[in-house]
Design a binder for this molecule. Sequence first.
Ligand code: ADP
Ligand code: ASP
Ligand code: MG
Length: 468
Amino acid sequence: MIVMKFGGSSVGDAERIRTVAGIVGAFAEREGIPTVVVSAMQGVTDALIRAAEAASRRDNGTLHRTIAELYSRHEEAAAEVAPPGERDALLAEVHALIREFENLCAAVGVLGELTPRGLDAVASFGERLSARLVAAALRHEGYAARALEASGFIVTDARHGAASPLWEPTRERTREAVLPLLSEGTIPVITGFIGATPEGVVTTLGRGGSDFSASVVAASLDADEIWIWTDVDGVMTADPRIVPEARTLPRLSYAEAAELSYFGARVIHPKTVLPAVERGIPIRIKNTFNPEGPSTLITSSTPEGSSTIKAITAIKGLSLVTVEGRGMIGVPGIAAKVFSAVAQEGISVLMISQSSSEQNICFTIRSAESARAITALKEAFALELAAKNVDRIWAEDGMAIVAAVGQGMRRTPGIAAKLFGALGKAGINVVSIAQGSSEFNISLVVSEAQVEDAVRAIHREFDLGREG
Ligand code: ADP
Ligand code: ASP
Ligand code: MG
């Protein structure tokens, strides 16, 4: 049994939804009924959040414009994909959902604030709408199909915006919801991205989390494979939007895929790999718009001889935080104090570096969290700042991480030298280098303005666009 997930661009309009129905239908004929997981139509999650944020600041112009767009996009798609006898019923369902969303926005407007819990309720509508459209398109093609809301069976903790599944109830309830449909020959079309707490409050698994949903469902069903359908030919040597000559990587290990996604390869959500590793389920990444083209297979092993860089990734929107002071030299526990202050704020650190002089500690976090990090650090080091053991704590915005990923490359001499040589030649200033211990990765901080040039320079230097 296969779990197939289709991303936002794959279900972006009626024509694309019909393409998806064609792919799923052909697979069902050939290999048996797959379980389908879908994202919201491209841009819809952003639009929902934009509308609710507008409501919270009582910006009615933006609110009404955004809601009108939601209606027109979904109405247009529904009218085109519905089987002839179902058109009115599907349109009514779409209307009822968007009305419910409007009511939610009205409540947000009255309260004047959007809580994390409210935001999850808001963001859930995109997948609730798209799953109905995809199921209808399948019925149009003559297949039995039913939309399922994952809030009925993906049971999570209450960490809104980044909820984690509770494995046991999720497994049990997913099997209860999905297996009967499969055995009667109905294609389940499940909302990605969303879940609910044991009390039934809707949660989301994090932006881009539909990939993770697919892997949670696959693990619960003991699926044979997970197929992630997206808008590029699998995982490539770099983001093809930055490096046009990027090439598909036919094979990756779970560890490499995790590392790539963690360091910015949006093509697969970082949490996707975990449930798959645990049950040894292979993941394929395929292109909805080029289904017979190259694809990536992710399993526990990677072909021999992969001792060099496989791919270059980048994450933007970061800040470099520095804690500096001569009085820090030789004082034990400073690093521990820095990182516990940041951790207590729930801020995750992407990369750490400490120069050997011990005069400063630098680390990289998302810019959205930098103000909170600085406040927390200044409080934690109030005494040291007063005593001048710590001189300065500050954040530099506009940073990015570039990471070169590949299993075993750390053991190959000369790779780092070649990498820095390439950046030097391209005139790119390396702000900081990771002290990471992973064998899979060399990562460094550059300014956001230079990050794309840095990715291209490394890609060119290692000739990653070449076949082989
Ligand atoms: P979906 O909507 O299908 O989930 P995403 O937009 O989340 O798709 O992810 C696909 C995008 O990931 C591609 O369009 C591409 O721009 C980007 N991307 C970033 N790094 C890579 C990479 N190494 N290989 C392939 N795609 C990448
Ligand atoms: N629709 C959600 C988002 O835009 C989840 C996803 O697409 O994977 O973040
Ligand atoms: Mg995605």
